[in-house]
Design a binder for this molecule. Structure first.
Ligand code: GUN
Ligand code: ZN
Length: 432
């Protein structure tokens, strides 16, 4: 692939605002240049400095009235739930039984999984998401379908088959043994292939027997660089159920801790009702939490306490949690995240939001050397966001005084329409 350059306003996070303050957390070039070579970022900086360093044959694409950012990172989403977003009326446990399990059953059919994988990845890219941590269904072929489609597009993607051997319909359960052996076969087949990674994916504590959780821990021991992806403390009834199923454990997190599922590549979705002690333990083990505001509001689960997570220096990424979440857009998700903070009397600074959707997600996934920012050497996964995406956005941004205000308006009014181009590994993978 030849060297190419892109000229526009450029913004990326370089640190967590909670650690370094707002001003030191980002780099902004009002007239910037992003130089891409062989799928990686070669340079980023002011156009005035970099243009003169380019070889004469390097094509420069200029985007007017637009902002280049890193691709967004969705740290929690369910691929088989694409077709059931916006399912009416229930909270978590009834929602699972009424809508989710019947929908996921369709993924026993590989042809159906192939079809949805295509829709799902297109939707991610339309919304500017270049990396996601993804739940499959219990069927290994659902994960094959997704990885095959992602490989075709050369995306960086993490996924796993659900392990679930109790408290779900018979048509949708594996066993402790098959959950282990099928996951192992998928790891051997896909983990580390191109930009693909595997996540061991027990659905949540209530749907796995102690035997299955033990074997999930065994897989992590056997493959230290695979991920662990599950749910935790999303809903109050769910938490009571976990206590009744595992009465010998101190609480929900202690169940996962007991089966050795915490660690630097472990991502727990939601954590709405975690206590101080649990946040401390997650942080101590290097585990991460996926904050999923549209889902938490849609299912009436509760309000994630981001300041508490920050106090414990816990790694937090942003998740859409589609299909309980109501949008594939991380811009839209940040709009709801802001409101979740407002309801708790807290502020979500736009640069913290940018961090959550990019570098924070990359850190949660331990991929910050590859994605989440535009430092030289990173994968060339980036977006062109259009300031004129809608008439209202165009009009509103004309009043904007600085990049902080522009960024906040992009997050408040923005969605898939805002994403003009998506690039993955230097390839144009979505053009609005
Ligand atoms: N907990 C267990 N399974 C699920 C799921 O599919 N979605 C959500 N939001 N929570 C869960
Ligand atoms: Zn989920």
């Amino acid at each position: 692939m030849t060297c190419k350059a892109y000229r526009a306003a450029i913004l990326h996070s370089i640190a967590d605002p909670a650690e370094v303050g707002i001003e030191a957390s980002y780099e902004y070039f009002a007239d910037g240049l992003l130089v891409v070579d062989n799928g990686q970022i070669k340079a980023v900086g002011p156009a005035s400095e970099l243009l003169g360093t380019l070889a004469a044959d390097v094509a420069v694409t200029e985007y007017k009235d637009a902002l280049i950012t890193p691709g967004f990172i969705d740290t929690h989403i369910h691929f088989p739930q694409t077709g059931m977003i916006g399912a009416y009326g229930e909270q978590l446990l009834d929602w699972l039984n009424t809508y989710t399990f019947p929908c996921e059953n369709q993924f026993a059919d590989k042809a159906h999984a192939d079809e949805v994988a295509d829709v799902f990845l297109k939707e991610l890219l339309r919304n500017g998401t270049t990396t996601a941590l993804v739940f499959g269904s219990v069927h290994p072929q659902s994960v094959d379908a997704l990885f095959e489609a992602a490989q075709h597009l050369d995306l960086r993607l993490i996924a796993g088959k659900v392990m679930m051997d109790r408290n779900a319909p018979d048509y949708l359960t594996d066993t402790a043994e098959t959950g282990y052996s099928e996951s192992k076969a998928l790891i051997e087949r896909w983990h580390g292939k191109g930009r693909l990674h595997y996540a061991v994916t027990p659905r949540f504590a209530p749907t796995s027997t102690p035997e299955q959780l033990t074997l999930a821990g065994k897989l992590l021991g056997e493959y230290p660089d695979v991920y662990l992806h599950t749910h935790i403390s999303e809903n109050l009834q769910e938490i009571e159920w976990v206590k009744s199923l595992f009465p010998e454990r101190k609480g929900y997190l202690d169940v996962y801790d007991h089966y050795q599922l915490l660690g630097e590549r472990s991502v727990f979705a939601h954590g709405v009702h975690l206590c101080d002690e649990e946040c401390a333990r997650l942080a101590e083990t290097g585990s991460a939490v996926a904050f999923c505001p549209t889902s938490n509001l849609f299912l009436g689960s509760g309000l994630f306490n981001l300041p508490m997570a920050e106090k414990h220096k816990l790694n937090v990424g942003l998740g859409t949690d589609v299909g309980a979440g109501t949008s594939f857009s991380l811009l839209n998700t940040l709009n709801e995240a802001y409101k979740v903070m407002q309801l708790q009397g807290a502020r979500l600074d736009p640069f913290k939001s940018l961090y959550l959707a990019t570098l924070g997600g990359a850190r949660a996934l331990r991929l910050e050397d590859k994605i989440g920012n535009l430092q030289p050497g990173s994968d060339a996964d980036f977006l062109v966001l259009d300031y004129n995406a809608t008439p209202l956005m165009s009009y509103r941004l004309k009043q904007s005084k600085n990049i902080a205000e522009t960024l906040f308006v992009l997050m408040t009014l923005g969605d898939d329409r805002t994403v003009q181009q998506t690039y993955a590994a230097g390839n144009l993978v979505h053009q609005r």
